[in-house]
Ligand binder design. Sequence first.
Ligand SMILES: Nc1ncnc2c1ncn2[C@@H]1O[C@H](COP(=O)(O)OP(=O)(O)OP(=O)(O)O)[C@@H](O)[C@H]1O
Ligand SMILES: O=P(O)(O)OC[C@H]1O[C@H](OP(=O)(O)OP(=O)(O)O)[C@H](O)[C@@H]1O
Ligand SMILES: O=C(O)c1cccnc1
Ligand SMILES: [Mg+2]
Length: 600
Amino acid sequence: MSSDRKNNIREMARQNGIVQPLLTDLYQITMAYAYWKSGKVNDTAVFDLFFRTNPFQGEFTIFAGLEECLKFLENFHYSDSDIEYLKQTLPATIEYEFYDYLKDLTCKDIKLSAIEEGSVVFPRVPLLRVEGPLIIAQLLETTLLTLVNFASLMATNAARYRMVAGKHVSLLEFGLRRAQGPDGGLSASKYAYVGGFDGTSNVLAGKMFNIPVKGTHAHSFVTSFSTLGDIHSGTLRHADTETQCDFLKMVLECRKRVSEILDVSPEEASDGELAALVSYAQAFPAGFLALVDTYDVKRYNIQGLASRHGQRTNGHSGYNSNCGSNGHSIRSLSAIRSARGYSTFERTLRSGLLNFCAVAIALNTCGYRAVGIRIDSGDLAYLSVLARETFNQVAKELDLPWFAKLTIVASNDINEETILSLHEQGHSIDCFGIGTHLVTCQRQPALGCVYKLVEINGQPRIKLSQDVGKVTIPGHKEAYRLFGADGHALIDLLQRSTEPAPEVGQKVLCRHPFQESKRAYVIPSKVEHLYKVYWNAGKICTFPKPLVEVRERVQTSLRTLRQDIKRNLNPTPYKVAVSDNLYNFIHDLWLQNAPIGELF
Ligand SMILES: Nc1ncnc2c1ncn2[C@@H]1O[C@H](COP(=O)(O)OP(=O)(O)OP(=O)(O)O)[C@@H](O)[C@H]1O
Ligand SMILES: O=P(O)(O)OC[C@H]1O[C@H](OP(=O)(O)OP(=O)(O)O)[C@H](O)[C@@H]1O
Ligand SMILES: O=C(O)c1cccnc1
Ligand SMILES: [Mg+2]
């Protein structure tokens, strides 16, 4: 680990100022006092942090948030003002020596073991194991949970979007305005990137986490221009010759030419919109990506869409004909036209596309290549195909092959189902800009990680429940991932830490933790020990990987899962088992702890 990297972690830790010891539930501090008062200062404990159910009706979860947990441990310290606040807030009966004790608390005696960040993980397998003094380990609960729960939920959500989108489509996170407050927005941007998004519109996230920042422009930019008279200056410096071009004149000539090619009247295009696009192109001649739906008749084409967020049934499927750069089928426009039978298609996007093409061609004459368009309303399958056909036509007529490859960005309330449906229908979209449903985790707003005591002073602890799924697996454990003959992950196995690790080629009995009859022998082709010690003796001992490597880890880890475990509808559950020894240990302890009732 270079000193640069260490400094970098410290630097980020400072910026993440909201994560601090008081970012917790009051009951952690009141329990700490009661532990302290009852002489438990030297008690040692083991806590497991795990979840019981995968989110989004899926069968896998991506573990994220570890780096933030380490920063939290590194900085754990009650400041003078924290102590002052607690003195004012807790009952006056609290002994002052407790505050002296709190003042000196750090995580120097804590040991944290964890699964590698970015790995696929499964219910009941602890993501973190925290060992050390009971009081401090207890004080960490809420903060560790808040750092892992949303991070893992978001990374999982983003990974699911990536899976349905496929690897050839770009995904941009646009959610800050809709996120659960500023910190939710920042975390959403970070973990959307980890889960497989390519960039974010969130500038602070870009700066803090070194995530690519990307963006287009809004409708307000277009509507702020009314006429061509709003253009400040009609000129643009040529990219190569550096001479001033009469850009506006070129654009107007190009508009005339394109309107002939597309057989639409230039009078039907908005001059205010053209003024906006010209001005944007002058500001960003080499990065011109324009929103083209401001003045278009969109509703004609959205009539068939069923409900806002549900499955869309607009009679689109079944026309797939060829394949676009995004790897998804594209129907030809004539197929759509004849299927829909309406004649209004010529009016769709006529203003925006015409104006965009005019500006893009004029830019080309000045030595620049436009990037593309964004569509933010209407039927995104249909409009993207319409746009691509238009680009193809211009490319052919004007002998500008690159025009056919212009980027088409789509946004507007997109979720996993929309992407699946668009793929089914066929579209020509290269990039999705996704906000609300991604960052608010529309399909499941919380992951249910819990933090449970599994051992105290070397003695195992079990939490019993009527609901078997809620019974905790006691004791200090290790977790292993066993791989099958075909190289896929087969099962996760929990064992008591005193047991020898499973070995490649050696038969292991894997048992369902609670159902006696469910068991299987596994001969692993590979065994992965899931835990590494990340924090010990007051310092980070395994340094977390840079975000971009965590992001890669997500994809490599997902590749180890069989397809049926990852599919969207009714996925197969992945198996999590315990060793025979741990099975017997759990059930003996269960019997010891379950009270024997009396019948009268
Ligand atoms: N081809 C399609 N298949 C399935 N869903 C689509 C398709 N095209 C668009 N959608 C989705 O349909 C919804 C369209 O939203 P809505 O009915 O509000 O129309 P709109 O074009 O956004 O109108 P406005 O711009 O006036 O708000 C969005 O959630 C969008 O993601
Ligand atoms: O739709 P989302 O997935 O949340 O993506 C982000 C949205 O935010 C922007 O506009 P905004 O929604 O603020 O205004 P608009 O709907 O009027 O375009 C953008 O145009 C997208 O539509
Ligand atoms: O850059 C964009 O196009 C953008 C950014 C945030 C929200 N919607 C769109
Ligand atoms: Mg919107």
